[in-house]
Design a protein around this ligand. Sequence first.
Ligand SMILES: [Mn+2]
Length: 444
Amino acid sequence: MLNRANEATNVLKEHIEKDSVIRLISHNDADGISAAAVIANALVEEDVQFHTTLIPRLKEDIVNQLRSEKYDLFIFSDMGSSFVKEFNSYKHDVIIADHHQINDVESESNVVHINPHLFEIDGSKDLCGAGSAYLAVRELDKKHLAYYALIGAFGDMQGQGGFTGVNKLILDDALESGNLEVHEGLKIVSKSSEPIFKSLAYTFSPPLPGISGDLDGAREFLEKMNLSYGIKFTDLEDEEKDLLKEALVTINPDIFGDCYTVPKLTPILRDLEEYSYILDACGKNKKQGLGLSIALGEKDQALDAALRLQRQYRDQIVKGLEWIKKNGAEQLNSIQYLYSEDKVLKSVMGTIASIGLSVELLDESKPVIGMSRLHNDIKISGRTTREMVANGVNLGRALQDSSNNFGGQGGGHDVAAGAMIPYESKDNFLHLVDEMVEYQLNND
Ligand SMILES: [Mn+2]
């Protein structure tokens, strides 16, 4: 794997020496933005000209359109592994730094393909897109950029239980470079920028049932301990912090653990997990360019705009969770579903389905199918727990097969998947998914 990464570094070096102009294409989520940030920062340092685009999905028409662009080298990060065949016929050099599923097409000599799945490394846990991108530039003396790969890992939910596999190697690089620190602390968000009841209510990972997503619940929890809810966590006395820690640990022990910080960054970006949430809020609001400019070092204005987006996004999630708390989910035998035509709820449906399960607002023993109406179609976000997957549930397969049955499309992972179906097949679709999940549970 590291040898493959070195091949990419050598290609990059050649193009740096030739003064090539480079085209960088990356995914628009937190991991993809971090991947673009690693490479873009490295290219800036090497004085290379490049052009970056962040997109939600790489599609065949885009791949064919890029083919005619006049660049010397293309770099695809957090995407690209499913288009090796197309890149093989490019006249340009191509570097792919991805961690999604691969197919069995071999790369030609103009393509260097970095992907953990090629080396039997777990791409859902041990290396993210930003990590693959980092490996491509690592040997250009770029260990000081390793922390961006960790931000990407948090964005793809790889760092929350500690770093493993190649992520651990990258963590060691970041520590060795001297700009990362690890210390134990309370893993609640916005400690120095929001009143503490909001810090608690906006902490979704690790989940705090009764508090996460519940502003009133958070306020009551603090009042019971005689802590003033309106001040910031960083302004609490040490004894008060200890009291709070003890109470939170009884709700979820994972709330106290390793925090990864880069002290040289502006306070709001110092914690890498929080950094990933800010990039996530940018991507989810289709303002990925803002996220990238923050990661390229533009601070004041860009950061203010991103924080406004994050506040708005958090309010939407809280509104969605309140809606779930009030109305609950509709129950079928083996699944439950949420359906809305409300604009705000539709935009956070997948997120509130996940958080609703983790904070126990939704029954953990049934997969949840979130449905949002988009004109004549319905967008589906399916979520379940690792326990249900261990019991046989595979939502990716269930959503793929059942949506195909009604002329729609779907797929994804066993634990989280998506689909798009025609509106008129809503009820029949739900019953088919219900039957498929029941079958999966009975035939495991
Ligand atoms: Mn990714």
